[in-house]
Ligand binder design. Structure first.
Ligand code: HEM
Length: 737
C-alpha cells in the first residue's frame, strides 16, 4: 500500500528507499527511481499532503453563489496549472529522448584517461535527446532540418555531454553569428511564418551573404536533412576536441556516432506527406522500437589526430565548417551506445534535460574552435532562464551519479540541504571540506595548451577562408540520385524565396561549388545559367575590414571525394524494424500472406495488415484476421514497403481511390512494392509499370509481381527492402500518376 506521502515528490536526499527495484548495474536508473511517484493505491491529496474529498466542485456561497477565495484546493490546482509551461528551448525545441548505456570495446587509455573510455567492463548510463533545430515544440518531425544528437554520459567521474548533430559541420565559424543564423532561419518576425522551414527569404538572404555556410548548405539540402529514423542517422560532435591521456599527452579528436541500422532518409515528397499524416513520426518510431525491444544501437567512432598533424590537412581543424574526410583519418569504432528504455515522463526528463558542451570529464578537453568557445557560454546561460535558476543540475535527469559536493548555495528551487555554517573555502571551521582533488585523485586539469598569439584581436584566421572546397567534395561524393535530390531541394527552397536577388546570389555561390549544380538549380528557378565566375561578396565583414580579405581561398585539393559522404554506401543493409503494409481484402490469399509475414519476421521486420475497414477480414481459408489499419486510417508514407495480397477479393482495390494513392505513393517514393494474383490489378490501376512476372531480370527489382505468393516473392521483397529505396527509379518517373 502507498502512503499519501508517496503522492508528493520525494526528497532528493537519496535516503528514501526506491519504490521500484533498480538494476544495481545502472546507477542512473536507481537514482531516477528515487523520484518516481506512484499513484497506485493512493488517495488524492493537495500538494501539501491533505486528502481531497471533492475534486469536482469548487467551494461556493450557496448552490448558485460565487466561488470563495477560501477554496485552497481550487486555488492550488488552478495556480499550478497556470504555471505548468516553461520556455521552450530557443533552438532544438522539438525533441525525443531515450535512456541507454554505453560501453567501450577496449581500453583507450593510450589516448584518454576518461574512465568510461578505458574500462571495457563498465556500462555507463546515458540519456540521449534527438531534436530538430528550427521548429517549435509542436512542429513536425519531418522538417528539412539539422537533427540534434545530444548524449549525456553519467560517468563515475561526472557528466560528459556530447552535444552533436547529425551533420559533421556547421553553418558558421564563429559563435557571434549564431543569433543571426537562428533569427534568419526561424519564422520571420513580422508574421511568424513559416514554421519549421528554411524555405523562406530571411534564411536564404543570410546564407547567401555568408559563403562559409556553403558546405553545411550542401548537407542541409541533401537527404541527410530528412532522416528515415533517428535510429538510422549518424551523429557528429562537429568540433575538434582534445583527448588527454594519463601522462598529460594530448591528441585532437572528432567524435562520430555510426548507427548499426545504416544511414537512411526519406524522399522530400514523402517527408511533406508524413508531416501531415504523422508529425510525430520520428518520436513514435523511436518510442515504438524501444517498446518492442528493438533497441537502437550506434557505435562511437573516433578520428584521432596527433598534435604534430594539426596543420597537415589543408584546412583548419578549428574551423567547424570542415570535416576530416574518413579517407584521410579513418574513423575507429571504439564502443557501443544502446538505447534501451523510454523515459517515464516527457516533461521531467526529455524537456528538463539540460545538455552543455562544457560538461566534460578528465581526459576530454576543448580546442580553440571559436564556435565551440561561444557554445561554452551559451548553454548554461539559456538554461538559467529556461529552467528557472541556477539549480537545474539538481533536477533528477540532470543530476550526476558521481556525488556533487561544493560550497554553492541557495537559489530558486534549491533541493539539497547543505548543513553546517561553512559555505566557503578555504575554511578551517569545516576542516577545509569539501577538499579539492589532486590530478592523481581525479581532479580536472585543463590541458596546458601553449597559445601562439597573445594579442587581443577580433579576426578570423586566414585558414578559415576556404568556403567552397568541401562543399564541392560533398556534392561530388554523392550518387546521381542523391545529387538529383539535392538539386531539387535547392529548387524547392529557393523557389519559395520571393527576393530574386537572393536566388541569383545563391546560384552564383553554387557556381563556385559545381558548375552543373548551379546550372541545374538555375534552370529550375527560371534563371539564366550563371555566367559570372567570381563569387558573390562575403558580407560578413567588420566595418573597417577590407572585403577582399574575406573572399574564398581554395586551400584543399579540389578533386577530393569521400565515399563516407554518400548514403548509398549503406546499402544493401539490414531490414530489421522496417514496416511493411500488407493490403488484404476479403478472401485474401492466406498462405501467401503467411509466407511474407514469416519472411519479414525472420529478418526482424514487421508486416501490418491494412484492410478495406478496421476489424476482421476473412481470408480464402475462411479464417479471420484483424486489420490493424484501414485504408482510410493510414498511408504508405508510414511504411517502408507495400505488399498487395492476391485473392478473389483483391479486385476491389482497383476502384478505391485511397488504395490507388497508397501504392502510387509507395512507387513514387521508390519503395519496394509487391503484388500477387488479383492484387497486381491495383498496380495497373495506379499506372505502375510492372514487368512480366516471369522476367528473371526485371529492370525495377523493387516492383515484384507474381501470379501467387511464394518463398521467392518473399525473398525478393526482403532483398528489395535491403536496398532501402530504388532511387534509380526516379529518372523514369513521369509521375503518371
Ligand atoms: C556545432 C554547432 C552546434 C551543435 C552541434 C549544436 C547542438 C545542439 C543540440 C544537439 C542542442 C539540443 C540539446 C537538447 O537536446 O536539449 C542544442 C541546443 C542549444 N544550442 Fe546548440 N549547437 C551548435 C551550435 C550552437 C551555438 C554556436 C550556440 C550559441 C552560441 C548554440 C546554442 C544552443 C542553445 C541556446 C541551445 C538550447 C539549449 C537548452 O535550452 O537546453 N548552439 N545545440
Amino acid at each position: 500500500m502507498c502512503s499519501m506521502e508517496d503522492m508528493v515528490p520525494t526528497r532528493p536526499s537519496g535516503r528514501r528507499p526506491a519504490r521500484r527495484a533498480a538494476a544495481p548495474a545502472d546507477p542512473k536508473r536507481a537514482q531516477l527511481d528515487e523520484y518516481i511517484v506512484d499513484p497506485r493505491d493512493a488517495v488524492l491529496t493537495t500538494n501539501h499532503g491533505v486528502p481531497v474529498n471533492d475534486d469536482q466542485n469548487s467551494l461556493k456561497a450557496g448552490e448558485r453563489g460565487p466561488t470563495l477565495l477560501e477554496d485552497f484546493h481550487l486555488r492550488e490546482k488552478v495556480t499550478h496549472f497556470d504555471h505548468e509551461r516553461i520556455p521552450e528551448r530557443v533552438v532544438h525545441a522539438r525533441g525525443a529522448a531515450a535512456h541507454g548505456v554505453f560501453q567501450v570495446y577496449e581500453s583507450l587509455a593510450r589516448y584518454t584517461k576518461a574512465s568510461f573510455l578505458t574500462d571495457p567492463g563498465r556500462e555507463t548510463p546515458v540519456f540521449v535527446r534527438f531534436s530538430t533545430v528550427a521548429g517549435s515544440r509542436g512542429s513536425t518531425d519531418l522538417a528539412r532540418d539539422v537533427r540534434g544528437f545530444a548524449v549525456k554520459f553519467y560517468t563515475d567521474e561526472g557528466n560528459f555531454d556530447l552535444v552533436g548533430n547529425n551533420m559533421p559541420v556547421f553553418f558558421i565559424q564563429d559563435a557571434i553569428k549564431f543569433p543571426d543564423l537562428i533569427h534568419a532561419v526561424k519564422p520571420e518576425p513580422n508574421n511568424e511564418i513559416p514554421q519549421a522551414a528554411s524555405a523562406h527569404d530571411t534564411f536564404w538572404d543570410f546564407i547567401s551573404l555568408m559563403p562559409e555556410s556553403m558546405h553545411m548548405v550542401m548537407w542541409l539540402m541533401s537527404d541527410r536533412a530528412i532522416p528515415r529514423s533517428y535510429r538510422m542517422m549518424e551523429g557528429f560532435g562537429v568540433h575538434t576536441f582534445r583527448l588527454v591521456d594519463g601522462k598529460g599527452g594530448s591528441r585532437f579528436v572528432k567524435f562520430h556516432w555510426k548507427p548499426l541500422l545504416g544511414v537512411h532518409s526519406v524522399a522530400w515528397d514523402e517527408a511533406q506527406k508524413i508531416s501531415g499524416v504523422d508529425p510525430d513520426f520520428h518520436r513514435r518510431d523511436l518510442w515504438e522500437a524501444i517498446e518492442a525491444g528493438a533497441f537502437p544501437e550506434y557505435e562511437l567512432g573516433l578520428q584521432i589526430i596527433e598534435e604534430k598533424d594539426e596543420f597537415a590537412f589543408g584546412f583548419d581543424l578549428l574551423d567547424p565548417t570542415k570535416l576530416i574526410p574518413e579517407e584521410l583519418a579513418p574513423v575507429r569504432r571504439v564502443g557501443k551506445l544502446t538505447l534501451n528504455r523510454n523515459p517515464d515522463n516527457f516533461f521531467a526528463e526529455t524537456e528538463q534535460v539540460a545538455f552543455h558542451i562544457g560538461n566534460v570529464v578528465p581526459g576530454i578537453d576543448f580546442t580553440n574552435d571559436p564556435l565551440l568557445q561561444g557554445r561554452l557560454f551559451s548553454y548554461t546561460d539559456t538554461q538559467l532562464l529556461r529552467l528557472g535558476g541556477p539549480n537545474f543540475h539538481e533536477i533528477p535527469i540532470n543530476r550526476s551519479t558521481a556525488p556533487a559536493r561544493n560550497n554553492q548555495r541557495d537559489g530558486f528551487m534549491r533541493q539539497a540541504i547543505n548543513p553546517g555554517r561553512v559555505s566557503y573555502g578555504p575554511n578551517s571551521l569545516g576542516d577545509n571540506q569539501p577538499a579539492q582533488a589532486t590530478e592523481r585523485a581525479g581532479g580536472y586539469v585543463t590541458f596546458p595548451e601553449a597559445l601562439q598569439d597573445s594579442r587581443k584581436v577580433r579576426v578570423r584566421g586566414a585558414s578559415f577562408f576556404d568556403h567552397y572546397s568541401q562543399a564541392r567534395m560533398f556534392f561530388q561524393s554523392q550518387s546521381e540520385p542523391e545529387r538529383q535530390h539535392l538539386i531539387k531541394a535547392l529548387r524547392f527552397e529557393l523557389g519559395k524565396v520571393q527576393a530574386i536577388e537572393v536566388r541569383e546570389r545563391m546560384v552564383a555561390h553554387l557556381a563556385q561549388v559545381d558548375a552543373t549544380l548551379a546550372a541545374r538549380v538555375a534552370k529550375g528557378l527560371g534563371l539564366p545559367p550563371p555566367l559570372k565566375s567570381e563569387a558573390p561578396p562575403n558580407r560578413s565583414v567588420p566595418a573597417d575590414g577590407d572585403p577582399r580579405d574575406f573572399q574564398h581561398r581554395e586551400l584543399a585539393d579540389p578533386s577530393l571525394t569521400s565515399t563516407a559522404l554518400t548514403m548509398t554506401s549503406h546499402v544493401p543493409g539490414p531490414i530489421a524494424t522496417r514496416k511493411v503494409a500488407i493490403l488484404v481484402a476479403d478472401e485474401f490469399d492466406a498462405k501467401g500472406v503467411a509466407m511474407v509475414l514469416k519472411a519479414l519476421k525472420a529478418e526482424g521486420a514487421t508486416g501490418h495488415l491494412v484492410g478495406p475497414r478496421l476489424g476482421d477480414v476473412v481470408a480464402d481459408d475462411g479464417k479471420a484476421s484483424t486489420a490493424e489499419f484501414s485504408i482510410f486510417t493510414t498511408k504508405s508514407v508510414l511504411f517502408d514497403a507495400v505488399f498487395v495480397a492476391g485473392g478473389d477479393g483483391a479486385g476491389m482495390w482497383t476502384t478505391e481511390a485511397d488504395a490507388i494513392e497508397f501504392v502510387k505513393d509507395a512507387y513514387k517514393h521508390c519503395k519496394a512494392v509487391a503484388a500477387t494474383g488479383a492484387g497486381v490489378d491495383l498496380l495497373g490501376a495506379a499506372h505502375i509499370p510492372v514487368g512480366s512476372p516471369d522476367d528473371p531480370d526485371p529492370a525495377d527489382d523493387a516492383t515484384i509481381v507474381a501470379p501467387s505468393a511464394s518463398a521467392a516473392v518473399a525473398r525478393r521483397l526482403v532483398a528489395a527492402m535491403g536496398e532501402h529505396r530504388l532511387w534509380t527509379r526516379e529518372p523514369e518517373l513521369h509521375l503518371p500518376l
